[in-house]
Design a protein around this ligand. Structure first.
Ligand SMILES: Cc1cc2nc3c(=O)[nH]c(=O)nc-3n(C[C@H](O)[C@H](O)[C@H](O)COP(=O)(O)OP(=O)(O)OC[C@H]3O[C@@H](n4cnc5c(N)ncnc54)[C@H](O)[C@@H]3O)c2cc1C
Ligand code: SF4
Ligand code: SF4
Length: 368
């Protein structure tokens, strides 16, 4: 009996391949890459390239879309329901005090400012951030403020951030900050809680999560860039409704692509994603509707609060109140994303275990 159960539940590469890797549930977060030589990434294409006989492995346990192990069972986002925007300590409207036309910040520059501050006060020794080359995103470990600033700005195609985390935690004395999308933050929290991590205790010290409604495949992003004939991208933005376009700035010129065309290139794994506000990060950061040059900031953990307060006390960030109307709107948008994801999971032909788990959350979310 015990043997039969064991065969059903496989917690290694075999289980990962049956449940997530190579299926439409995979987010290309990169958490199963750079652990061993059996899984490789080419851009955002993640594939197993060798057999592996290990019954239980980090690849399976780090994945944001596998069953939580006991220590990670309390996590939110794709793993559970903790209220419309997850649990939090506080929230604000925030911006960097030195915003100027020269900055490459996406909005208020809060992400780059907080990560630079973490480096400055010694909370971290390196920051895993996302840069781009010829318009394509890739993860790097930055060890100076200048390197962090070079990664400012949003890249709307997926980059396997956590593969760089898996590589960098092996450096002696690694002490990392990571900027990640919500799916990546869930996995980072799983890594922090993983019981077998003894020698790497404390290797990930701060996780800054970006709000995210969807992300594009790299192939899809390539197709979109082809339509405007550019690869040297300076900035990409999604202006609020009624503008139904993606704006791409390249060599001083502005190009637009209809949002309808852009959305055709969304990664399938994003259509079944429950997490808009990076519910498992230390601090979550997004835009503020109707207020350009500012960020919505949700402080979730004591470590996040300490870093945030340190940047405010140093005069680097300016904060103001996030009013009830905006907060309510954010909560509604977050719940809408969860409901959409569950409906999509119900309509998919393949009955993957991840889909079954999120469908079970439906009742709790509807009570909201
Ligand atoms: C794919 C994607 C979808 C998003 N969707 C929304 C949304 O629906 N609503 C919303 O309010 N905000 C969304 N954001 C977040 C928003 O675009 C800003 O990143 C956020 O408000 C922080 O602004 P900032 O000025 O503080 O960032 P900056 O100071 O400019 O720093 C940006 C940081 O983002 C990191 N980054 C850039 N691209 C990626 C990527 N692909 N993967 C991981 N890290 C990356 C960079 O490394 C950098 O550290 C999205 C971001 C991305 C990348
Ligand atoms: S979601 Fe991430 S960890 Fe899971 S299979 Fe895909 S790339 Fe690997
Ligand atoms: S929508 Fe979800 S799965 Fe897709 S990139 Fe954003 S957080 Fe990851």
């Amino acid at each position: 009996m015990a043997n039969a159960l064991h065969k059903q539940q496989q917690f290694g590469l075999r289980g990962l391949s049956l449940e997530v890797l190579g299926t439409d549930a995979c987010t290309a977060c990169g958490s199963c890459v750079s652990i061993c030589s059996s899984i490789l990434a080419l851009g955002d294409r993640i594939a197993s390239v060798a057999e592996c006989g290990v019954d239980t492995g980090r690849c399976y346990h780090f994945c944001p879309r596998t069953v939580p192990f006991p220590e990670s069972a309390g996590l939110a986002g794709d793993l559970g329901y903790k209220g419309a925007v997850g649990s939090y300590l506080d929230y604000y409207i925030v911006r960097n005090v030195n915003l100027s036309a020269d900055n490459k910040y996406q909005y208020g520059g809060v992400v780059s400012t907080l990560m630079s501050r973490a480096l400055e006060v010694g909370i971290i020794k390196g920051a895993v951030v996302t840069r781009s080359s010829n318009g394509f995103p890739y993860p790097v470990t930055a060890s100076t403020r200048e390197e962090i600033l070079k990664a400012a700005g949003s890249k709307f195609a997926l980059s396997p951030t956590n593969m760089e985390v898996n590589r960098a935690v092996n450096n002696p004395g690694a002490n990392l900050g990571v900027v990640g999308l919500p799916c990546q933050c869930t996995s980072l929290k799983k890594m922090q809680l993983y019981p077998g991590k003894a020698e790497k205790e404390g290797a990930i010290s701060i996780v800054l999560g970006l709000f995210c409604t969807w992300s594009l495949t790299q192939l899809g992003w390539y197709r979109l860039l082809k339509t405007i004939g550019k690869t040297d991208v300076d900035r990409v933005d999604l202006p609020p409704p009624p503008a139904e376009v993606m704006e791409i700035f390249s060599q001083g010129a502005r190009h637009e692509i209809p949002l309808e065309e852009v959305k055709e290139q969304i990664r399938p794994g994003c259509h079944v994603c429950l997490d808009m506000t990076a519910e498992n990060a230390d601090i979550s950061i997004g835009m503020v509707e109707g207020l350009p040059g500012h960020n919505t900031v949700i402080i979730r953990t004591e470590q996040g609060k300490f870093l945030f307060q340190s940047a405010v006390d140093a005069g680097q960030l300016e904060i103001s109140t996030l009013d009830d109307t905006r907060w309510q709107h954010l909560a509604e948008a977050s719940i809408s994303k969860k409901n959409r994801a569950i409906n999509n999971a119900q309509n998919r032909e393949e009955a993957l275990p991840y889909y079954k788990r999120i469908i079970k959350l439906k009742e709790r979310i509807e009570k909201q």
